[in-house]
Design a protein around this ligand. Structure first.
Ligand code: 5RP
Length: 294
């Protein structure tokens, strides 16, 4: 027979409330293990399901490219405005403050410099080191359609296996060979291959026609790559269209750090990605912030 205390405390057991165990509502993430969902929930803002990732990994094949000559001076002040940072372990250890709370996706492939055949990449980071660095993901280039297609896809699948072992998601980055057509058909192929072979997130370029078919056919979140520097209105328009057409955010580099006012640009991109601000208003925001900072 239950004693009086038990009866009085029964309300604390909430017998009438079924237990919940919510998965992170990100495309394709429902069956992933807790650690991997937790890392993805740090990269993709749970309130919008989208991310503004800042890509500063360019030095791994380009050296000190314009805007990244001194990441300590020019990039560190931007960290408070981003959802995640895509960088190499060299820059992470030497420049990014360890006390910074910014989630990191680590560039994990590399090898050739801009002077050689870029598709000839290898895995460049051990998963153990990615864990040591407390990263939320690793990124690897896929050169679909090039002579090194299989090799780079195999780089990715090895990282996917290691990532699944430890709960670290993999970002498959669909690189394009110099002479290849950048259209929806190509990116549908490349992004779908990345997801089919295990990438938990995919980075790809925007295309004017049929981008929504790329995001629809890819069973995991797609983040839009920025590409070469464009006038701010064009870059904001591209980011706006990408998220309206199903992208789960952006992973942009040059269009932010090569902007005349990177912090203002980041805030405008944030408003576009997370608040659906239309391009003309996002540009207005950029101009206002740029003048306020000047
Ligand atoms: C190339 C890469 C990058 O090195 C980088 O992330 C590109 O950023 P952006 O094109 O926006 O400057 O992944 O595919």
């Amino acid at each position: 027979m239950a004693d009086t205390d038990d009866i009085q405390q029964a309300k604390y057991y909430h017998h009438d409330v079924p237990q919940t165990n919510a998965t992170f509502a990100l495309k394709g993430a429902g069956s992933l293990d807790w650690g991997m969902q937790n890392r993805l929930a740090r990269v993709f803002r749970p309130s919008s399901g989208r991310t503004v990732m800042l890509a500063i990994d360019h030095g791994y094949f380009l050296g000190p490219t314009t805007g990244l000559e001194r990441p300590d001076v020019d990039i560190v002040p931007l960290l408070g405005e981003i959802d995640a940072l895509f960088c190499t372990r060299g820059i992470l250890r030497s420049v990014i403050p360890a006390a910074s709370a910014v989630p990191v996706v680590l560039r994990a492939s590399g090898g050739p410099s801009i002077l050689r055949e870029l598709s000839n990449e290898e895995i460049a980071v051990d998963m153990e080191d990615a864990l040591r660095l407390n990263t939320c993901g690793v990124g690897v280039q896929l050169f679909v359609g090039t002579e090194n297609e299989s090799k780079t896809i195999h780089n990715m699948t090895r990282l996917v296996d290691a990532g699944l072992r430890y709960g670290v998601p993999v970002l498959g980055v669909t690189a394009v060979g110099k002479d290849m057509v950048r259209d929806a058909r190509y990116f549908r192929l490349a992004t779908r291959i990345a997801a089919e072979l295990g990438a938990q997130m995919v980075k790809t370029y925007y295309v004017d026609e049929g981008f929504e078919t790329i995001t629809a056919a890819c069973p995991v979140p797609i983040v839009m790559a920025g590409g070469k520097k464009l006038p701010e209105l064009e870059a904001l328009t591209m980011a706006h269209r990408a998220v309206q057409q199903g992208a789960a955010g952006v992973d942009m580099g040059r269009n932010i750090f090569q902007s005349e006012a990177p912090l203002a640009m980041l805030k405008a991109v944030n408003a576009t990605v997370h608040d659906n601000l239309p391009p003309a208003q996002a540009l207005e925001l950029f101009e206002t912030l740029r003048h306020a900072q000047a």
